[in-house]
Design a protein around this ligand. Structure first.
Ligand SMILES: C[S@@+](CC[C@H](N)C(=O)[O-])C[C@H]1O[C@@H](n2cnc3c(N)ncnc32)[C@H](O)[C@@H]1O
Length: 621
């Protein structure tokens, strides 16, 4: 500490002792996080004992924290204010973040200028106290009174950092940044091909409607529950009993248990059953809420799948579970006696009230999933809106959740834009393969030969669609740098891992493919627009063309020709002679070798390969 600093400190102490910092100003902490930070700074950095008599402002945590900032602080003179602002800036420039924040904090909130709110926010961001950073940037925006993009980005970054803090601490090789596409994940160090980057467990998931009835599995942990009865279908009942016993002897042991109150959910264990009950089934079980029967039957009856909507990874059950989990979050927070959230169980809360009000935290878990799509689309699926409304308006609901068209639309697109397919590595085929292996190893009676007339080949594997908090921040590229693999993340939970496919340098973005890479650019872009509501401008889309009738490089249209086949029509458009395709990728067409050479140099060489041979590993669609 320099002499100047010491003098400043003495001056500051004098100010404190001369009531320039009134005690009740310490009530200005509006959150527990802020109060904790201030107390930590006072204890560890400034060595100010909470009970020190020197320090007139020496509250305990409960007095330092106030739910509403006081307005009764004594105003600082302009000179003192300027002195404090300057001092905060100096501390920040010297890298003393805690002290800089303390300086900012000691200025009464009503006198804090924009630069102090901003500086305090920066300090907290660097100190990784993101909840406080969020509040200070938010106040900065409030003080600013105009739309300040820089501050909005800072606030958004603090919010994201707060939400993903645990993940980013666990996976220091990645970072989350935002741009016009929303969040994205970036490498912070070199990551080599084949390296596993992170694992993730879904926050909500459900089995896809097209595998539900043919590939039974544990609703909670997704492990296959394929039994011989299900595998052999009708032929099981026609088999001699002795053969059935022999099959059972070699079939891996599987003992599914169902919900005791309804036939719709299967589990591999009581643990999985209880988890499901506590997180959503206790309000979605048809024995409690009869309106859910229609939803369970809709999912079980694969004939009525509207493929375009409830596609291979999007089960409407994900949507129902998500809302059920929010409702149970509310109930649990009340039961935890957390009175600070001010929830009144006798009151029916509406979605609007929960948006800004005390129930916000109940929805916070799902707040990071982006939601983007055509709002008129859901009018084409009125039946599901009706089913959901009936479920969530049923009197058995512990709190009222107004499930209107707007909410349906928002939640629908949250799932549509973010759902990722996955499965337990204990697939149906794993069970079947083990069965055949057991017979080959142990059977001496010629069972395998007898079974030939009954075996139907490999069973269909169970597939689930889920929302993964971290993985859902990965943007798409048609030349993706990473791939998604199924993974048993913990002994109890299946999920995914993200594996590096192409070498990543610090700052490079982690990307996955949401659509089949073998498709041409026009089809890929159309699918991405329809399913995810964005127009792909990735490197590959930039250096490929749509068709053979315009030069991918100079955009010149190919020459008009006579109709080559009188049976063909082309609307009012003329017939054109196709330009030759790039012989390797066949996804770009050039009018001349000069254009081809130019395109190659510009960047086509970076993405030119036979895409039909690329493994389409990620299945976000
Ligand atoms: C799974 S999320 C990816 C993370 C997302 N950016 C976020 O902020 O949460 C999918 C959404 O991200 C956006 N997105 C993903 N890849 C994109 C790309 N290549 N170009 C533009 N937007 C993209 C689209 O809005 C899409 O619906």
């Amino acid at each position: 500490m320099s002499v100047d600093d010491e003098n400043d400190d003495r001056m500051l102490e004098a100010m404190v002792n001369n009531s320039l910092l009134p005690t009740n100003q310490l009530k200005e902490c509006t959150s527990k996080e802020e109060a904790d930070l201030i107390l930590r700074i006072r204890r560890t950095i400034l060595h100010l004992d909470e009970d020190s008599t020197n320090d007139r402002s020496s509250p305990k945590n409960d007095t330092i924290l106030s739910s509403s900032p006081t307005t009764s602080t004594i105003a600082l003179s302009t000179a003192t204010l300027d002195f404090k602002i300057e001092r905060a800036k100096q501390k920040y420039a010297a890298g003393s973040l805690e002290e800089a924040f303390y300086e900012c904090w000691k200025i009464p909130s009503e006198q804090r200028p924009l630069e102090i709110w901003k500086l305090g926010g920066e300090c907290c961001k660097k100190l990784r106290v993101f909840a406080v950073a969020q509040r200070w940037f938010s106040e900065a925006i409030h003080v600013c009174r105009s739309n300040n993009t820089d501050l909005n980005i800072k606030l958004e970054q603090a919010r994201i950092a707060r939400f993903f803090n645990n993940y980013l601490t666990q996976y220091p090789m990645i970072d989350i940044r935002i741009d016009q596409r929303g969040k994205g994940i970036y490498a912070k160090r070199v990551i080599s091909p084949g390296e596993d980057i992170f694992t993730d467990i879904p926050i909500v998931h459900a089995q896809t409607v097209d595998t539900l009835s043919i590939s039974p599995s544990c609703t909670t942990c997704t492990t296959s529950l394929l039994t011989p009865v299900v595998y052999f279908e009708a032929s099981w009942s026609r088999m001699p009993e002795k053969l059935q016993r022999q099959i059972e002897e070699y079939w891996p042991t599987i003992t599914p248990i169902s919900c005791p109150y309804c036939p719709y959910e299967l589990y591999c264990s009581e643990l999985c059953r209880d988890k499901a009950w506590n997180s959503y089934h206790r309000i979605l079980c048809p024995s409690i809420n009869p309106e859910t029967t229609e939803l369970y039957q809709f999912c079980a009856n694969k004939q009525i799948i509207v493929r375009e909507t409830w596609n291979s990874i999007f089960s409407p059950m994900v949507l129902a579970k998500l809302i059920a989990m929010i409702i149970l979050n509310i109930v649990n927070s009340v039961q935890d006696n957390d009175t600070s959230n001010g929830i009144d169980l006798n009151h029916s809360y509406t979605v609007e009230e929960t948006d800004e009000g005390p129930l916000e935290h109940a929805k916070e878990t799902f707040s990071e999933f982006i939601s983007s799509g055509d709002p008129t689309y859901i009018r084409t699926i009125p039946r599901m809106l009706k089913i959901m409304r009936n479920i969530f308006n049923h009197p058995s609901m512990p709190v009222h959740y107004e499930f209107n068209e707007q909410e349906f639309n928002y939640r629908f697109y949250q799932i549509a834009c973010n759902a990722q397919s996955f499965s337990s590595p204990t697939y149906a085929t794993t069970i079947y393969t083990r069965f055949l292996y057991n017979i080959r190893q142990r059977d001496k009676s010629g069972l395998y030969k007898t079974l030939q007339t009954y075996l139907k080949g490999e069973p269909v594997d169970q597939v689930f669609g889920g929302l993964f908090p971290l993985q859902s921040s990965i943007n798409h590229s048609c030349d993706n740098s990473c791939e998604i693999m199924d993974c048993q993340v913990t002994p109890e939970a299946a999920g995914i891992k993200v594996r590096c496919k192409h070498q990543l340098k610090p700052g490079d973005e982690l990307t996955i493919n949401y659509v089949d890479l073998a498709l041409g650019r026009r089809a890929r872009r159309a699918m991405l627009k329809r399913a995810y509501n964005f127009w792909c401008e990735c490197q590959r889309c930039t250096f490929e063309g749509d068709d053979a009738y315009s030069c991918t490089e100079c955009k010149t249209l190919s020459p008009v020709i006579d109709n080559p086949n009188p049976n063909l029509t082309n609307g009012n458009a003329p017939f054109r002679k196709p330009f030759p395709a790039c012989s390797r990728c066949r996804n770009a067409w050039y009018c001349s070798s000069a254009c081809q050479k130019q395109a190659w140099k510009q960047g086509h060489k970076l993405i030119c390969r036979d895409w039909t041979k690329e493994r389409s590993s990620s299945s976000a669609n």
